[in-house]
Design a protein around this ligand. Structure first.
Ligand code: ADP
Length: 471
């Protein structure tokens, strides 16, 4: 990457000589890169470029869009090794997982849109009307650090496919994969101005992006707090918004479930990316009479998660992405102890042999009380709450008892019963008996977890306005 000191505006790498943001290696704390802390002027230039490019790109042919996305897909494949290592260093996800998820998923998602586009109905007949689906306009994309390229791809691929133009502001903590993406797009036939990248802080360049009148939609993934600011800003200007925010997802283990398999599946999901996953199953609901057994199984599963340098193949639990995130998670572990939940595994000290970098022990609390802060608030770290319930209705009530609703799981020997319970969860997706992740299925939240959906046709529709011609 040669362009980390620049912004990508109107098809050019534009030098920046102002202040910079340090990018740290999660496993060591060392500064590994510096990127622009750009000013509002740079963001305004990027928005102007996207605005100027919209007239032509919104009229581009489907073949033109498909060709660019094929070139992007090839570039993502070609640079997959570099993407995996970059994100592994920035975020702390172990390299094997980073290769499959952080580098692999962006290529997979791009491919799903390539497959869908030729048959996507950009117009349809309705009685005497032709209903047309038109690109929404300039889109501001604001992304977080936990799956830094994946979340960018989920926005810019359908946006570009829809005929929108884009300004991306990547996360401060993990911006480098967005630069790789910009370099790949720079080598494609995408016309200048359709994609722009401005690096900087949320309160400055992010703020300009969400408030600018030329931006007709903001697609955001990140904290519920920032999502709220975006919703307020959008209301003033009637911008469209797609928000994907926090979660406190429940894994409901029914009494007839294979407890060992369900606990293992829940722990693995909870600890993925050291718990820095918005869909993480962080609340494990177990029948009260099997609580202790479930805690023992969870402790054994956590013990298998060897912590260490994420670049090493044997590491199963990497560090957190930043010192700030580590401190926040440690504070939550201390809070869990103060609130009187049972500390079953882990604790607030760093794991042995992990003195450098941003490590936190995989931690399990038992007998967690519904309604407590530990049970209600998103921690975004490797912390599992085990919650005993009395009966199925109690389990559903507890599962639905937070302001969030992003993901969930249900486990039962009876597939129909599992599906019935899953259908009562107020959440955007539910994994039934460990069902596979599906990159074509809609993804998004109920309540404070979000507005709108990503992935598949639902992700594309977010970027389309509807026009009907009465003929
Ligand atoms: P996280 O806690 O995951 O970092 P944030 O919501 O703080 O979540 O950050 C997600 C993205 O939102 C980042 O790119 C960040 O720079 C951006 N952001 C933060 N504050 C604002 C803001 N006031 N306006 C626009 N974007 C913001």
């Amino acid at each position: 990457m040669n362009n980390l000191s620049k912004n990508y505006i109107n098809g050019e790498w534009v030098n920046w000589s102002g202040p910079t943001l340090d990018v740290h290696e999660a496993g060591t704390g060392d500064v590994i890169a510096k990127v622009p802390a750009s000013g509002r002027d740079e963001m305004e230039q990027a928005i102007a470029a996207a605005d100027a490019a919209f007239a032509d790109w919104s009229e581009s042919s489907l073949d033109q869009r498909i060709k660019v996305l094929e070139q992007l897909h090839a570039g993502l494949k070609e640079r997959a090794g570099e993407i995996a290592e970059t994100v592994c260093r920035e975020v702390g996800m172990p390299i094997k997982l980073a290769t499959g998820i952080q580098a692999g998923l962006p290529a997979t998602i791009t491919k799903t849109y390539l497959k869908m586009l030729p048959d996507f109905p950009f117009s349809e007949q309705c009685g005497n009307s032709e209903v047309q689906y038109a690109p929404v306009g300039v889109v501001g994309c604001i992304t977080p650090w936990n799956y830094p390229l994946h979340q960018v791809i989920l926005k810019i691929v359908p946006a570009i496919a829809a005929g929108c133009t884009v300004v991306l502001k990547p996360a401060e903590i993990a911006p480098q994969s967005a630069y790789i993406l910009a370099e790949i797009l720079d080598g494609t036939d995408l016309p200048k101005g359709v994609f722009n990248l401005v690096s900087g802080e949320g309160q400055t360049v992010g703020d300009t992006l969400i408030k600018h009148p030329a931006v007709r939609m903001v697609s955001f993934t990140g904290s519920t707090r920032t999502g709220g600011l975006i919703a307020h800003a959008a209301a003033d200007d009637f911008k469209r918004i797609a928000l994907e925010m926090g979660g406190k997802s429940a894994s409901v283990i029914l009494p007839d479930a294979d407890l060992a398999a369900a606990v293992k599946g829940t722990v693995n999901n909870c600890l993925l990316n050291s718990g820095q996953t918005c869909t993480a199953l962080t609340r494990m609901l177990v029948p009260a009479d099997r609580h202790d057994e479930a805690c023992e199984l969870a402790t054994a599963a956590v013990a298998r998660m060897t912590p260490g340098n994420p670049l090493e193949a044997t590491t199963r639990l990497g560090p957190l992405a930043s010192a700030q995130q580590r401190d926040k998670v440690i504070d939550y572990i201390k809070l869990g102890i103060e609130e009187g939940h049972t500390l079953v595994a882990g604790g607030p000290e760093a794991p042995e042999g992990c003195d450098k970098g941003y490590f936190v022990k995989a931690t399990v609390f038992g007998n967690v009380k519904p309604g407590s802060r530990l049970e209600q608030e998103e921690i975004f770290g490797p912390v599992l709450c085990v919650i005993p319930y009395q009966d199925e209705a109690d389990a559903i009530r507890i599962a639905n008892g937070t302001q969030y609703g992003l993901s969930g799981a249900v486990w039962s020997a009876d597939a129909d019963r599992a599906k019935k319970v899953a259908s009562k969860l107020r959440t955007g997706q539910v994994f039934v008996n460990g069902g596979d992740f599906n990159p074509l299925a809609p993804f998004g939240g109920f309540g404070h977890s979000g507005i709108g959906r990503e992935f598949g046709k639902w992700g594309l529709e977010e970027f389309l306005e509807v026009r009907s011609l009465q003929l």
